[in-house]
Design a protein around this ligand. Structure first.
Ligand code: DGY
Length: 322
């Protein structure tokens, strides 16, 4: 029997490309050039499986045809707001993602942003590189202590909880969280975390606010002009989830008026576009969507996709079916 035809839309770490190639008839993107929407739509008629990632938008309009060759979309990533999952399912196409394997890497990056903001690390690094550092003095780039401060976590899923653990046990922070529902009491006790049913209450109490909820119609612009107004002027916002959870225009307004102390962003509303206003601000740390970018994690993500495809083509239910 011929092997299923599988498309990887971008280069993957070599180990997973090899593993995929041993199980399937794989088309690799050797020069790593971004695939167009038209090519992606055509791929739905040419491949048994497509493995897209966050930059490959597959909206409802892509699933209008009566029938497709593709039977499974194995997303390389945990977030799937770029995929019209219901439309795909309505055409009998299964969609999977890669949960768990990027939890620690993403929480580590959120912690990196938190520490960089608190200790003005981006400013310091830019100063040294520009040859503008003129030696130690008592008031040079004074930041803020993290120990004992309050971290408000918006979205207490896997990544939110990992962030809480790192912040609480590693850095002695007090944890507040807002979520659709409370986490189990035993976990709350372990983290000494306090559940805030009202987002605004959390925002008004936190020194650092870390956004960890997925993007959905419910969370779009959850951090907006109204909710930002509850944050303290000395508080920092960190976002490693999806750009559209934060209303970027409102954030820029609050930062430029000094109504909040700073922001650490790994994701943006219109990636890879980063508003000039943010680039110009010293109290903002900007990273290029690096949450899951460790060798170990990116390999594990690929292996997770492979596991889903293997299960599907062996007639089993893929473990990460959405
Ligand atoms: C994820 O897995 O959701 C990362 O943000 C990359 O898509």
């Amino acid at each position: 029997m011929s092997k299923p035809k599988v498309l990887l839309t971008r280069r993957w770490p070599e180990a997973v490309e090899k593993a995929m190639a041993s199980s399937f008839n794989v088309t690799l993107n050797k020069n790593d050039k971004a695939i167009t929407a038209a090519e992606l739509e055509q791929a739905l008629h040419d491949y048994d499986a497509i493995c897209p990632s966050v930059t490959n938008s597959m909206p409802e309009s892509m699933f209008k045809a009566e029938s497709f060759k593709t039977r499974i979309i194995g997303n390389y990533g945990v977030g799937y707001n770029h995929l019209a999952v219901d439309a795909a399912k309505s055409r009998g196409i299964i969609v999977t993602n890669t949960p768990d394997v990027l939890t620690d890497a993403t929480a580590d990056l959120a912690m990196t942003l938190l520490l960089m903001l608190a200790r003005r690390a981006g400013e310091g690094e830019r100063q040294v590189r520009a040859g503008k550092w003129d030696g130690w003095y008592p008031t040079h780039l004074m930041g803020t202590q993290v120990t004992g401060k309050t971290l408000g976590i918006v979205g207490m899923g896997r990544i939110g909880q990992a962030m809480a653990e790192k912040a609480h046990f590693g850095f002695g922070m007090r944890i507040l969280y807002h979520n659709r529902k409370a986490i189990p009491e035993s976990k709350e006790r372990e983290l000494q975390a306090e559940y805030c049913t009202e987002l605004t209450w959390l925002l008004s109490k936190a020194d650092f606010v870390a956004v960890h909820c997925p993007s959905s119609p419910l969370t779009r612009h959850m951090i907006n002009e109204k909710t930002l107004a509850y944050m303290r002027p000395n508080a920092y916002l960190i976002n490693t989830s999806r750009g559209d959870v934060v209303d970027e225009k409102a954030l820029i307004k609050f930062l430029s008026k000094g109504l909040i102390a700073g922001a650490g962003l790994d994701v943006y509303e219109h990636e890879p576009v980063v508003p000039e206003e943010l680039v110009a601000m010293d109290n903002v740390v900007l990273l290029p969507h690096l949450g899951s970018a460790t060798e170990e994690t990116r390999v594990a993500m690929g292996m997770r996709v492979l596991g889903n495809l293997n299960a599907f083509f062996n007639g089993e239910e893929p473990p990460d079916m959405l």
